[in-house]
Design a protein. Structure first.
Length: 242
């Protein structure tokens, strides 16, 4: 266990180290609309800071990454986060981590972290992992089978995935260079958008029959807790996708 803790600590330190550059600070949320009157503001780029004199050990502490997550769901995977929401002391430090539990053949489907690169350490099991490069690099798949003790890096903003190809449970830890890296699951986002993206547009983009797109939207909208559709003019109305 000591070696595992050392690797995780090393990964967090390495990801936290960055070169200074003359640029705007990276966003820590999806959007941050400017306002003229500060009294109407909700938050800054990150979290508001408490008086440093009032800081305590609990602000920098989180317990629970040793506990298995509940993988009884449609993807057979569960994540236990340790970001700024769980550890207030991470605010402005640019690091976070999480534990991932995989049931046999469980997966983290294609997704991106818009604000962070990720380094994954396999603790138990066998994972097939990979990422896809940008259009400029011809969408090359870079993939590898990982076993216990193996480490793999997913560059910031690139689509990546993990799949437990073993017949037993798998466990991994990830470290990311953002206090709140965000996660966009591709299928859920595209087909479960609220309001929905015009199915005719998606049909052309994915080279699918429009009815198949509507079926996918119906499925993912139900998973997301909402059921929506288009009227004949492409405007949004409530109801089913039929």
């Amino acid at each position: 266990m000591t070696a595992i803790q050392f690797l995780i600590g090393f990964a967090l330190i390495a990801l936290a180290s960055s070169l200074a550059s003359a640029s705007d600070p990276s966003p820590l949320q999806d959007i941050c609309v400017a306002i003229n009157d500060p009294k109407d503001g909700v938050f800054v780029n990150g979290k508001f800071c408490k008086d440093p004199k009032l800081a305590r050990a609990e602000d920098f502490f989180f317990s629970g990454l040793d506990k298995p997550g509940n993988t009884a769901n449609r993807l057979g995977v569960d994540e236990t986060d340790a970001n700024v929401e769980q550890i207030p002391g991470l605010n402005t430090l640019g690091i976070s981590a999480f534990r991932i539990d995989y049931a046999p053949y469980g997966q983290r489907p294609p997704h991106i972290h818009p604000r962070a690169s990720e380094i994954l350490l396999v603790l138990e099991g066998t994972l097939h992992v990979g990422f896809v490069t940008s259009d400029q690099l011809n969408n090359k798949l870079i993939a590898k089978v990982l076993n216990k003790g193996d480490v793999f890096v997913f560059p910031k903003g690139l689509i990546h995935f993990q799949f437990n190809i073993g017949k037993t449970n798998a466990v991994a830890y990830s470290a990311l260079n953002s206090q709140f890296p965000g996660e966009i699951t591709i299928a859920d986002t595209v087909f479960g958008a609220n309001p929905p993206i015009n199915p005719d547009f998606l049909a052309k983009a994915f080279q699918l029959d429009p009815k198949k797109v509507k079926d996918l939207q119906h499925k993912f909208m139900q998973l997301g807790g909402g059921i929506r559709t288009f009227n004949i003019n492409g405007l949004f109305t409530s109801g089913l996708l039929f």
